[in-house]
Design a protein. Structure first.
Length: 223
């Protein structure tokens, strides 16, 4: 794809997500219109239950919108078959969920090499160093919550993904640990040129340098 300079890595046009429960129609997302530029650092802020996690899953192509378009690097994914969507996930999108989802029987390096296109212990170790984690043989049940998040962030980068999505990455952390994770993400945004999109309901994160998107009742307010 020949993208223009300073293009939007992610663009959502009039996106809705509607769930049906018997006779009830529940709009989890409504009229979402926003874009996230290449190499930008973005925070989607809003209270619990406002639709942030649904939005992240839509952007990550884990779910499809009921209506509207989701463009990844200028390519409209909304009507693509899942096979094509999976290839975009594989090539472009790394995700960090609320729970670490690390495999408990694998150590830190093994958790990174498993999803790699081609297993490379040296690359895994370099990525772990980059996120400030040096105990390569440590297993998830031996890690603190902050260490687990660092390993998950490294895992999201294993296939040279350009877009990293994080759903409440600091939600279970103490304030000092949350600040350290945010500083790490900001550093990776600058040093690696990653497009980072994360959700939070933590008002204290407003001190960081970012693009803020305020979300209320399933829609994003104009900035």
């Amino acid at each position: 794809m020949n993208e223009p300079k300073n293009y939007a890595s992610v663009e959502l046009n009039d996106v809705w997500k509607i769930y049906k429960n018997k006779d009830n129609v529940i709009p989890a997302l409504s009229r979402i219109n926003c874009s996230f530029k290449e190499c930008s650092f973005n925070i989607i802020h809003g209270p619990s239950g406002c639709g942030k996690s649904t939005l992240i899953r839509i952007i990550g192509l884990v779910e499809t919108p009921s209506l509207g378009e989701v463009l990844i690097k200028c390519e409209n994914t909304s009507d693509q078959p899942q096979k094509i969507r999976n290839s975009i996930i594989r090539d472009e999108i790394g995700m960090v969920f609320q729970g670490s989802n690390l495999i408990q029987t694998l150590n830190a390096v093994e958790n990174l090499t498993l999803p790699m296109w081609s297993s490379d212990n040296k690359k895994a170790e370099d990525l772990l160093k980059k996120v400030g984690f040096n105990d390569y043989n440590k297993f998830p049940n031996e890690m603190s919550l902050e260490e687990e998040q660092r390993v998950c962030i490294a895992r999201a980068m294993v296939n040279n993904h350009s877009i990293i999505l994080l759903d409440e990455p600091s939600g279970a952390l103490h304030s000092k640990e949350a600040d350290q994770i945010m500083e790490l993400l900001l550093d990776l945004n600058r040093s690696e040129g990653l497009t980072i999109i994360l959700t939070t309901n933590n008002n204290k994160l407003f001190q960081f340098d970012y693009n803020l998107f305020e979300m209320v009742d399933g829609t994003i307010l104009k900035k």
